[in-house]
Design a protein around this ligand. Sequence first.
Ligand code: MEV
Length: 760
Amino acid sequence: MTDVFVSAPGKAFLIGEYAILHGAPAIVTAVDVRAFAQAASRSGVETPIVRCTRAAVADALERDIPSLGPAPSVDTRAFAPGRRKLGLGSSAAVAACVAAYHLRRAKPDAPAETLRDEIFARAFDGHRAAQDGRGSGADVLASVYGGSLSVRLAGGRCAIESRPRADWLTIGFVDAGAPASTTSFVRAIEAARARDADAIEQGISQLAQASARFHAAFRPFAPGDVAAALYAELRAATLLHNDGLRQLQRAADVPIMTEAIETILAVATEFGLAAKPSGAGGGDLVVVFAHEPAALDRFAVALQREHGLALLRHLRPSAPGLRFEAREPATSRLAGFFKLDIAARRAAVAHAAGIEPTSFSSVDIGALGLESADNLIENVVGTLELPFAIATNFVVNGRDFLVPMCVEEASVVAAASNAAKMIRAGGGFVAHADPPWMIAQIQLARCRAGGLRAEEAAARITRERDALLELADRAHPRLRARGGGSRELEVRVLAEDMLVVHAIIDCRDAMGANLINTIAEELAPAIERITGWAAGLRILSNLADRRCSHVVARVPPSALCANLPSNEWTADAVVERVVAASRFAELDPYRAATHNKGIMNGVDAVILATGNDWRAIEAAAHAYAAQGGRYAPLAIWRKGADGWLEGRMSMPTAVGMVGGATKVHPAARLALDLLDCRSSAELGEVIVAAGLAANLAALRALATEGIQRGHMSLHARSIALGAGATSDELEALTEQLIASGEIKHERAIELLRALRATRR
Ligand code: MEV
């Protein structure tokens, strides 16, 4: 039988949690974070959920469990980026995957749709058995059937009543920072009912009313609908729901509405948005409903800036349900990759990423071609080639990435891969990104004495904000159609005779330089008319601080010590020394510059490989590093309460996946195909992860055995290759070169000759 690969999504409640247990309907949506099952390469410990689901399948097939064959391995990393579980129903997704895996193997010819009901039934039984007979099964329904489902309990199990759609809504999820325990809350509420039935009943009945009102508004527009009225109704339903939760909290004395949740709800209210906890409360997720994508972005920007709480852009609602896949998901864990020759590396990457091996012709020598080069810039006489390599081991938000890097400096790719492996041991990078907002600057100068004073001119521009933003949108109608467009207008007084206007534009997946410059030029004459001042420069700002990516990494101390002589370094000492190295950069701009150079080793290499503008990124990085008034490190490291090393980094990432060299350069196309990012925001996250990995590798080396040792062995390796060593001679020649203390071409030729003579 051929291999079975199956994936199933997580879930989030949109409304009706708690109320569903008392007969009211709830809406649950599948979230595009997927568990993935395939044949296990070796047998592992079966979790209760796997064991119970296998038992349910065996029971239904009237077979014994061993006859099903070994349990599949199920990957749920995406549900717990950085090892922090997000409360998205991973156990339901596991049950769905395991049931589907065995049923597909038992019934290889059954069409997927025919199997679906059977998969649900077995997954439901298994899931419930693993939870001691509790659980409504709403999460299993979402995982198996996907989309958004209105569900209700009937005879102890959930059934689908309808598949409501409200495509006019933009739905986002915010991480409220702490995992919640649904079962302990439900138990506490049941216990409180015995003490004060009325209070609990009141709370539950309010939640049921909220669900009914929400259902009435969560639908497509009907003729005669007024969008604002429908949205107001949905918002009223969420407010009612939140009040109901507060009542339960008071009556049962459980922390359902945490401080972080209340903060998120308050910011949503400030922005006129509807929001509520998704699930039991007590931390975890808050779901936010916006009437347009830009409103969600504005809210997210304020929440991040003022409270450090992040909108999780990669969590998308109404995801497809369980599906059989053609292959396993891409992996970036390619053990021994560096030892392979180039052809074998190409084959390994093609296999791991699911791309055609022939795609690598785009990085063959001369692939750009003189004609294309001549079309890219002026006065072309040739091309410059750089190595195109793949950094391995990267996991960002639970997703594997093979990271393409172009750089001339030895050790950058190896170091980044090595650090990514350490971070992988801690659950991978956890990242989030600002919306892709760029700044168009219009400089204004007072042209004559007697004209408006600077503050008056600024006030006039601010009064015309809406008209100016509309004008900006007219300059690029296609951008609006793609979901981008103007977002904000700011005026800054730089001197009594100089102003600057910032038009903030959402560029979606473009880097945006061209479209921003067009908009700046379009706005300038209108602003001149409003103020009587003269427009000067009209161009984007490369300090793209409204478009940052933010990455966090946690490293278990044991992983940090890999490849260091164990008699010389304890894990704790390495953690302390990396933290001290970080503090050095925080205290000294001379060190901060070198620290950031190491970060840019990783960042620029990906920027270059993906055909992005590395001068723009460099300019942004260093201006951002100096934004506090003193040049500072972009990444810092601390020791966590559990002794793990924790690093965080933010920087502007004005990068695109469409247009410019990303479109024309064949290597850039391959790089983007390999990364397979879902948005420019995700690309920015991967780029910052590469920077943080490069930084960790450098600090670890510098803080322990020094940078030269690692550099030396890579240098020796490239000298050995230059001397003509074949892959089976390479390791031995490299070692001999290092031992000789003379890492030079002539010495390598001599040693290689001797090596061949002895082997012969
Ligand atoms: C060399 O390219 C980069 C380093 O200098 C970075 C650092 O010192 O952190 C090693």
